[in-house]
Design a protein around this ligand. Sequence first.
Ligand code: G
Ligand code: G
Ligand code: MN
Ligand code: NA
Length: 254
Amino acid sequence: LKIRNGLRQALINDEFLLHYQPQINLADGKVVGVEALIRWRHPEMGILQPGRFIAIAEESGLIVPMGDWALKHACQQAVEWRKAGLPPIVVAVNLSAIQFQRGDIEKSVVQALNESGHDPQYLELELTESILVQDIEKTLEILKRLKSMGIKLSIDDFGTGYSSLSYLKRFDVDKLKIDQSFVRDMASDKNDAAIVHAIIQMARSLNLQVIAEGVEDETLVAMLHGQHCDEAQGYHFARPMAAAAFVEYMENLI
Ligand code: G
Ligand code: G
Ligand code: MN
Ligand code: NA
Protein backbone atom coordinates (compact mmCIF):
# COMPACT_ATOMS: atom_id res chain seq x y z
CA LEU A 1 0.00 0.00 0.00
CA LYS A 2 2.86 2.31 0.84
CA ILE A 3 4.30 1.56 -2.59
CA ARG A 4 1.00 2.02 -4.41
CA ASN A 5 0.37 5.43 -2.83
CA GLY A 6 3.97 6.45 -3.29
CA LEU A 7 4.07 5.75 -7.05
CA ARG A 8 1.79 8.60 -8.05
CA GLN A 9 3.78 11.01 -5.90
CA ALA A 10 7.01 9.62 -7.31
CA LEU A 11 5.97 10.67 -10.81
CA ILE A 12 5.15 14.18 -9.61
CA ASN A 13 8.35 14.46 -7.54
CA ASP A 14 10.58 13.01 -10.27
CA GLU A 15 11.83 10.13 -8.10
CA PHE A 16 12.45 7.66 -10.93
CA LEU A 17 15.80 7.13 -12.58
CA LEU A 18 17.22 4.84 -15.21
CA HIS A 19 20.22 2.59 -14.89
CA TYR A 20 21.90 1.30 -18.02
CA GLN A 21 23.45 -2.10 -18.65
CA PRO A 22 25.91 -2.43 -21.57
CA GLN A 23 25.35 -4.90 -24.41
CA ILE A 24 28.52 -6.22 -26.01
CA ASN A 25 29.17 -7.40 -29.56
CA LEU A 26 30.97 -10.73 -29.08
CA ALA A 27 32.83 -10.52 -32.39
CA ASP A 28 34.81 -7.39 -31.49
CA GLY A 29 34.07 -6.77 -27.80
CA LYS A 30 32.58 -3.34 -28.47
CA VAL A 31 29.62 -1.87 -26.60
CA VAL A 32 26.78 -1.69 -29.11
CA GLY A 33 23.88 -0.86 -26.85
CA VAL A 34 22.47 -0.42 -23.36
CA GLU A 35 19.29 -1.67 -21.74
CA ALA A 36 17.53 1.01 -19.71
CA LEU A 37 16.25 -0.33 -16.37
CA ILE A 38 14.06 1.79 -14.13
CA ARG A 39 14.72 2.41 -10.44
CA TRP A 40 12.84 4.39 -7.83
CA ARG A 41 14.67 6.65 -5.45
CA HIS A 42 12.19 6.26 -2.61
CA PRO A 43 12.31 9.09 -0.04
CA GLU A 44 12.34 6.62 2.90
CA MET A 45 13.29 3.22 1.49
CA GLY A 46 16.20 4.24 -0.73
CA ILE A 47 16.74 2.92 -4.26
CA LEU A 48 14.08 0.33 -5.14
CA GLN A 49 14.48 -2.24 -7.93
CA PRO A 50 11.65 -2.70 -10.45
CA GLY A 51 10.71 -6.06 -8.92
CA ARG A 52 9.33 -4.08 -5.99
CA PHE A 53 7.01 -1.78 -7.94
CA ILE A 54 6.47 -2.67 -11.64
CA ALA A 55 3.62 -5.12 -10.96
CA ILE A 56 1.89 -2.55 -8.75
CA ALA A 57 2.41 0.14 -11.38
CA GLU A 58 0.82 -2.18 -13.95
CA GLU A 59 -2.22 -2.93 -11.76
CA SER A 60 -2.84 0.74 -11.11
CA GLY A 61 -2.20 1.84 -14.70
CA LEU A 62 0.60 4.14 -13.53
CA ILE A 63 2.95 2.11 -15.74
CA VAL A 64 1.60 4.20 -18.64
CA PRO A 65 2.96 7.58 -17.48
CA MET A 66 6.02 5.81 -15.98
CA GLY A 67 6.67 4.13 -19.33
CA ASP A 68 6.31 7.47 -21.12
CA TRP A 69 8.81 8.96 -18.70
CA ALA A 70 11.26 6.06 -19.28
CA LEU A 71 11.02 6.33 -23.08
CA LYS A 72 11.55 10.07 -23.05
CA HIS A 73 14.34 9.95 -20.49
CA ALA A 74 16.21 7.11 -22.26
CA CYS A 75 16.09 8.96 -25.60
CA GLN A 76 17.23 12.21 -24.00
CA GLN A 77 20.10 10.39 -22.29
CA ALA A 78 21.23 8.82 -25.54
CA VAL A 79 21.36 12.29 -27.13
CA GLU A 80 23.35 13.60 -24.13
CA TRP A 81 25.88 10.78 -24.49
CA ARG A 82 26.35 11.62 -28.17
CA LYS A 83 26.95 15.27 -27.26
CA ALA A 84 29.50 14.11 -24.68
CA GLY A 85 31.39 12.38 -27.48
CA LEU A 86 30.38 8.74 -27.01
CA PRO A 87 29.93 6.64 -30.16
CA PRO A 88 26.32 5.99 -31.23
CA ILE A 89 24.76 3.10 -29.32
CA VAL A 90 21.30 1.55 -29.24
CA VAL A 91 19.20 2.27 -26.17
CA ALA A 92 16.72 -0.53 -25.38
CA VAL A 93 13.59 0.26 -23.37
CA ASN A 94 11.34 -2.36 -21.72
CA LEU A 95 7.65 -2.10 -22.53
CA SER A 96 4.74 -3.47 -20.54
CA ALA A 97 1.55 -4.93 -22.05
CA ILE A 98 -0.50 -2.32 -20.19
CA GLN A 99 1.19 0.40 -22.25
CA PHE A 100 -0.36 -1.20 -25.34
CA GLN A 101 -3.78 -1.73 -23.71
CA ARG A 102 -4.35 1.47 -21.83
CA GLY A 103 -1.87 3.86 -23.39
CA ASP A 104 -1.12 5.15 -26.86
CA ILE A 105 2.31 3.59 -27.20
CA GLU A 106 2.86 4.82 -30.73
CA LYS A 107 2.22 8.41 -29.71
CA SER A 108 4.50 8.01 -26.67
CA VAL A 109 7.37 6.70 -28.78
CA VAL A 110 6.97 9.38 -31.46
CA GLN A 111 6.84 12.08 -28.79
CA ALA A 112 9.97 10.76 -27.03
CA LEU A 113 11.84 10.76 -30.34
CA ASN A 114 10.64 14.21 -31.39
CA GLU A 115 11.30 15.88 -28.05
CA SER A 116 14.79 14.40 -27.73
CA GLY A 117 15.92 14.38 -31.35
CA HIS A 118 17.12 10.78 -30.84
CA ASP A 119 17.70 8.78 -34.04
CA PRO A 120 14.97 6.07 -34.21
CA GLN A 121 17.52 3.60 -35.65
CA TYR A 122 19.14 3.65 -32.21
CA LEU A 123 15.97 2.98 -30.24
CA GLU A 124 15.03 -0.62 -29.44
CA LEU A 125 11.77 -1.65 -27.82
CA GLU A 126 11.87 -4.82 -25.69
CA LEU A 127 8.61 -6.71 -26.05
CA THR A 128 7.36 -9.50 -23.83
CA GLU A 129 5.11 -12.40 -24.68
CA SER A 130 2.22 -10.73 -22.87
CA ILE A 131 2.35 -7.90 -25.43
CA LEU A 132 2.46 -10.26 -28.40
CA VAL A 133 -0.44 -12.53 -27.36
CA GLN A 134 -3.15 -9.94 -26.80
CA ASP A 135 -5.03 -7.90 -29.37
CA ILE A 136 -2.74 -9.30 -32.04
CA GLU A 137 -4.15 -7.41 -35.03
CA LYS A 138 -3.89 -4.03 -33.31
CA THR A 139 -0.40 -4.81 -31.97
CA LEU A 140 0.75 -5.93 -35.43
CA GLU A 141 -0.38 -2.60 -36.89
CA ILE A 142 1.31 -0.53 -34.17
CA LEU A 143 4.58 -2.45 -34.42
CA LYS A 144 4.54 -2.24 -38.21
CA ARG A 145 4.30 1.54 -38.05
CA LEU A 146 7.04 1.79 -35.42
CA LYS A 147 9.29 -0.43 -37.53
CA SER A 148 8.70 1.73 -40.60
CA MET A 149 10.21 4.61 -38.61
CA GLY A 150 13.40 2.58 -38.23
CA ILE A 151 12.87 1.53 -34.61
CA LYS A 152 14.23 -1.91 -33.61
CA LEU A 153 12.14 -4.55 -31.86
CA SER A 154 13.36 -7.36 -29.63
CA ILE A 155 11.64 -10.19 -27.77
CA ASP A 156 12.67 -10.16 -24.11
CA ASP A 157 13.00 -13.29 -21.94
CA PHE A 158 12.89 -15.42 -25.10
CA GLY A 159 12.26 -19.10 -24.47
CA THR A 160 10.23 -18.69 -21.29
CA GLY A 161 6.83 -18.15 -22.91
CA TYR A 162 4.24 -20.56 -24.25
CA SER A 163 4.19 -20.09 -27.99
CA SER A 164 7.34 -18.18 -28.77
CA LEU A 165 7.71 -19.56 -32.28
CA SER A 166 4.42 -18.17 -33.51
CA TYR A 167 5.59 -14.62 -32.72
CA LEU A 168 8.52 -15.06 -35.04
CA LYS A 169 6.18 -15.94 -37.84
CA ARG A 170 3.80 -13.03 -37.32
CA PHE A 171 5.90 -10.17 -35.95
CA ASP A 172 8.75 -8.55 -37.81
CA VAL A 173 11.19 -8.43 -34.89
CA ASP A 174 14.93 -7.77 -35.15
CA LYS A 175 16.38 -9.56 -32.16
CA LEU A 176 15.85 -12.33 -29.62
CA LYS A 177 17.04 -11.90 -26.05
CA ILE A 178 17.77 -15.37 -24.67
CA ASP A 179 16.46 -15.49 -21.13
CA GLN A 180 19.11 -15.65 -18.43
CA SER A 181 17.57 -18.79 -16.91
CA PHE A 182 18.97 -20.76 -19.90
CA VAL A 183 22.29 -18.91 -20.09
CA ARG A 184 23.26 -19.02 -16.41
CA ASP A 185 23.92 -22.76 -16.16
CA MET A 186 24.73 -23.61 -19.78
CA ALA A 187 28.33 -24.48 -18.88
CA SER A 188 27.20 -27.26 -16.52
CA ASP A 189 23.71 -28.16 -17.71
CA LYS A 190 23.52 -29.99 -21.04
CA ASN A 191 19.85 -29.20 -21.54
CA ASP A 192 20.37 -25.48 -21.05
CA ALA A 193 23.34 -25.59 -23.42
CA ALA A 194 21.23 -27.35 -26.02
CA ILE A 195 18.39 -24.82 -25.68
CA VAL A 196 20.74 -21.84 -26.03
CA HIS A 197 22.41 -23.47 -29.02
CA ALA A 198 19.03 -24.14 -30.65
CA ILE A 199 17.84 -20.54 -30.13
CA ILE A 200 21.05 -19.15 -31.64
CA GLN A 201 20.78 -21.47 -34.65
CA MET A 202 17.15 -20.59 -35.17
CA ALA A 203 17.87 -16.86 -34.92
CA ARG A 204 20.64 -17.20 -37.49
CA SER A 205 18.40 -19.17 -39.86
CA LEU A 206 15.69 -16.52 -39.57
CA ASN A 207 18.19 -13.67 -40.00
CA LEU A 208 17.53 -12.33 -36.51
CA GLN A 209 20.08 -10.86 -34.14
CA VAL A 210 20.50 -12.76 -30.89
CA ILE A 211 21.72 -11.61 -27.49
CA ALA A 212 22.39 -13.74 -24.40
CA GLU A 213 21.33 -12.26 -21.05
CA GLY A 214 22.78 -13.02 -17.63
CA VAL A 215 26.34 -13.67 -18.82
CA GLU A 216 28.31 -13.81 -15.60
CA ASP A 217 31.69 -15.30 -16.54
CA GLU A 218 34.32 -15.76 -19.23
CA THR A 219 33.42 -19.43 -19.81
CA LEU A 220 29.97 -18.38 -20.96
CA VAL A 221 31.43 -15.65 -23.17
CA ALA A 222 33.67 -18.20 -24.90
CA MET A 223 30.83 -20.71 -25.35
CA LEU A 224 28.47 -18.08 -26.76
CA HIS A 225 31.11 -16.63 -29.06
CA GLY A 226 31.92 -20.15 -30.26
CA GLN A 227 28.27 -20.63 -31.16
CA HIS A 228 28.19 -17.31 -33.03
CA CYS A 229 25.86 -15.57 -30.64
CA ASP A 230 25.92 -11.90 -31.74
CA GLU A 231 25.81 -10.10 -28.40
CA ALA A 232 25.93 -10.61 -24.65
CA GLN A 233 24.75 -8.73 -21.58
CA GLY A 234 25.47 -9.53 -17.95
CA TYR A 235 27.45 -8.97 -14.79
CA HIS A 236 30.62 -10.30 -16.43
CA PHE A 237 30.74 -7.11 -18.49
CA ALA A 238 28.93 -4.69 -16.20
CA ARG A 239 26.00 -4.31 -13.86
CA PRO A 240 23.30 -1.77 -14.64
CA MET A 241 24.72 1.66 -13.75
CA ALA A 242 23.81 5.34 -13.61
CA ALA A 243 24.23 7.47 -16.74
CA ALA A 244 27.35 9.24 -15.46
CA ALA A 245 28.98 5.93 -14.52
CA PHE A 246 28.30 4.69 -18.04
CA VAL A 247 30.31 7.58 -19.52
CA GLU A 248 33.22 6.65 -17.25
CA TYR A 249 32.82 2.98 -18.17
CA MET A 250 33.06 3.85 -21.87
CA GLU A 251 36.04 6.16 -21.36
CA ASN A 252 37.90 3.48 -19.41
CA LEU A 253 37.44 0.98 -22.25
CA ILE A 254 39.49 3.08 -24.65
O1 G B 1 17.48 -4.96 -12.84
P1 G B 1 16.28 -5.44 -13.03
O2 G B 1 15.88 -5.65 -11.59
O3 G B 1 16.47 -3.99 -13.35
O4 G B 1 14.88 -5.41 -13.83
C1 G B 1 13.87 -6.28 -13.42
C2 G B 1 12.71 -6.31 -14.38
O5 G B 1 12.07 -5.05 -14.46
C3 G B 1 13.11 -6.70 -15.79
O6 G B 1 12.29 -7.79 -16.15
C4 G B 1 12.75 -5.52 -16.63
O7 G B 1 12.20 -5.93 -17.85
C5 G B 1 11.74 -4.76 -15.79
N1 G B 1 11.88 -3.33 -16.06
C6 G B 1 12.94 -2.56 -15.82
N2 G B 1 12.73 -1.30 -16.25
C7 G B 1 11.50 -1.28 -16.81
C8 G B 1 10.71 -0.28 -17.45
O8 G B 1 11.12 0.88 -17.65
N3 G B 1 9.47 -0.64 -17.87
C9 G B 1 8.99 -1.90 -17.71
N4 G B 1 7.76 -2.17 -18.15
N5 G B 1 9.71 -2.88 -17.13
C10 G B 1 10.95 -2.57 -16.68
O1 G C 1 14.18 -7.08 -18.80
P1 G C 1 14.79 -8.25 -18.14
O2 G C 1 13.87 -9.19 -17.50
O3 G C 1 15.65 -8.99 -19.06
O4 G C 1 15.74 -7.57 -17.07
C1 G C 1 17.06 -7.92 -16.90
C2 G C 1 17.28 -8.22 -15.46
O5 G C 1 18.41 -9.06 -15.29
C3 G C 1 17.55 -7.00 -14.62
O6 G C 1 16.97 -7.23 -13.39
C4 G C 1 19.06 -7.01 -14.51
O7 G C 1 19.54 -6.30 -13.39
C5 G C 1 19.32 -8.50 -14.38
N1 G C 1 20.67 -8.93 -14.81
C6 G C 1 21.42 -8.40 -15.79
N2 G C 1 22.59 -9.09 -15.94
C7 G C 1 22.55 -10.08 -15.02
C8 G C 1 23.47 -11.13 -14.68
O8 G C 1 24.53 -11.30 -15.24
N3 G C 1 23.07 -11.96 -13.68
C9 G C 1 21.89 -11.83 -13.03
N4 G C 1 21.61 -12.69 -12.05
N5 G C 1 21.01 -10.85 -13.33
C10 G C 1 21.33 -9.98 -14.30
MN1 MN D 1 14.64 -6.50 -20.68
NA1 NA E 1 15.05 -10.65 -20.16
